[in-house]
Design a protein around this ligand. Structure first.
Ligand code: SAM
Length: 461
């Protein structure tokens, strides 16, 4: 597959042993992206898209190197900072973030990308010397000395890091996950978050899962997903132009699967954009109303529906102000959350989110759930989900809701159901009968995003 050949590490490693204009530009692009994430607080995908504007002529191989460098750096960020702080006589203050970012990228190449050491040091120092920022130019000698030390010590550092398997997790999350999941699972999650995740596609027509598995050399997962090695330009893959599939992590496809047979039913997909679950519902024959507050994200939902030739009624509205004329047979509420379950693909999440966000969003989730439930038919099913690993955004939202809503009843997910739909371990079902997936589940084939999913029915009073 052309897309994967272009991003083959062997090709770029041979190239990146030399400091050519192309390889320097690619590293400069990685620096621009990291700066926009750490200083302007742009999310990774936005920073990558914005960074690309300055390098319109860049070869796909060099863009792929920049993307790989930045994601590898973000996956190891807390540990890289520990190493940098340990290597300095005097701490790098906040205003030296530019120098820190260059060191982060330089050490990433030396320790984790097997880039030839001389090339990693030389290119970093040269680029720092050409920086428009005086403070960065002034630190190039220091960076040279530090990076050279890392090249000599790389093996020892990597060996020693095995004693700190969770050092790649931001401290605020490490403490929380230790309490929530225990040390063994925390270690497993940490390891899972270091790996480049695969690319999951949801196939529009389930009967085509097998033929696409052959065409794209993918692995079938569950009833509708195809797993490919990650990397490259997805628009070049067979079936993209025809809208035969869309990108969706396997775990993200579970909430709709757990709604059961939706054919011909009236389903409200709340917080719907960019529409992964809307397309699933529409392809399963549901009559879908998709509601989201974000104009920009709804534009993407519209594009997705157009490409896949699927239909849904799309409404731009704050769900808290949404008051439909009629109740729904089913409601899917994919509530906004901290997204800590998606860190395999968004390793920048801990830079942007804090514990205060967990608390703030859990209040939003409670309000959204309470409001949505009003518009569910008696006997209907509501599925609540978030892609967060934080209990406040999953288990506790549902506990609070069930305690305060007498006509709401959890419909526990059974082992038989899970087995029929997924290869996930039975431990994905919580003692209460909800689903809690972790990035470390199915780790032998590339893991899954962390999701919480609960299914509730409405009783007559
Ligand atoms: C987790 S994303 C949804 C992903 C989507 N369901 C999918 O499968 O592609 C959460 C969405 O909630 C939307 N959102 C946040 N607050 C909202 C609100 N009060 N009303 C409606 N939509 C909201 C955001 O714009 C965002 O698109």
């Amino acid at each position: 597959m052309i897309a994967q050949i272009l991003t083959s590490p062997l090709i770029w490693l041979a190239n990146y042993a030399m400091a050519t204009d192309e390889t320097l530009n690619s590293r400069r692009l990685a620096f621009d992206i990291l700066r926009n994430i750490t200083e302007k607080k742009e999310p990774l995908d936005v920073a990558i898209a914005n960074g690309a504007w300055n390098y319109p002529e860049m070869h796909e191989r060099d863009r792929a190197f920049a993307r790989h460098l930045i994601t590898t750096c973000l996956r190891h960020l807390p540990y890289l900072d520990t190493l940098i702080d340990g290597a300095m006589d005097k701490a790098l203050e906040g205003k030296n973030l530019g120098t820190r970012n260059w060191l982060r990228l330089g050490i990433t190449q030396i320790l984790y990308m097997k880039v030839e050491s001389h090339a990693a040091v030389h290119s970093t120092v040269e680029l720092m010397g050409n920086s428009p920022t005086k403070g960065i130019r002034g630190k190039k000698g220091l960076a040279n000395a530090i990076l050279r030390r890392f090249t000599k010590d790389a093996e020892r550092i990597l060996e020693k890091s095995k004693n700190h398997p969770t050092a790649n997790i931001a401290s605020w999350l490490r403490e929380r996950w230790l309490k929530q999941y225990g040390l063994k699972v925390l270690n497993e999650i940490s390891i899972a978050l270091l790996a480049e995740p695969p690319l999951d596609l949801t196939i529009k027509d389930q009967t085509q899962q097998g033929s696409f598995a052959e065409k794209l050399s993918g692995q079938k997962l569950g009833t509708q997903t195809l797993r490919l090695n990650s990397g490259g330009d997805i628009t070049r893959l067979d079936g993209f132009d025809d809208g035969a599939w869309w990108v969706q992590d396997f775990a993200a496809s579970l909430p709709v699967l757990l709604m059961g047979d939706v054919k011909g039913k009236l389903i409200a997909d709340l917080c719907a954009a960019p529409g992964g679950k809307t397309m699933q519902l529409a392809s399963a024959g549901a009559n879908v109303k998709a509601v989201d507050v974000s104009k920009k994200r709804l534009e993407r939902l519209d594009e997705n529906l157009k490409r896949t030739k699927l239909e849904a009624e799309v409404v731009k509205r704050n769900v808290l102000q949404w008051m439909p004329d009629q109740p729904y047979d089913g409601i899917l509420l994919d509530a906004p959350c901290t997204a800590t379950g998606t860190m395999r693909r968004q390793p920048d999440v801990p830079i942007h989110k804090t514990y205060e966000d967990v608390l703030r969003l859990s209040e939003v989730q409670k309000n959204l759930l309470e409001h949505s439930f009003k518009y569910l038919n008696i006997g209907g099913t509501l599925v609540y989900c978030t892609c967060s690993l934080e209990h406040e955004e999953g288990e506790e939202v549902i506990k609070n809701f069930l305690e305060n809503t007498p006509n709401a009843k959890r419909v526990a997910i059974t082992e038989g159901e899970l087995k029929a739909l997924t290869p996930l371990p039975i431990s994905a079902i919580t003692p209460d009968g909800d689903i809690r997936t972790l990035p470390s589940m199915l780790s032998d084939i590339g893991g899954v995003d962390g999701f919480f999913i609960s299914r509730i029915s409405k009783q007559g009073i």
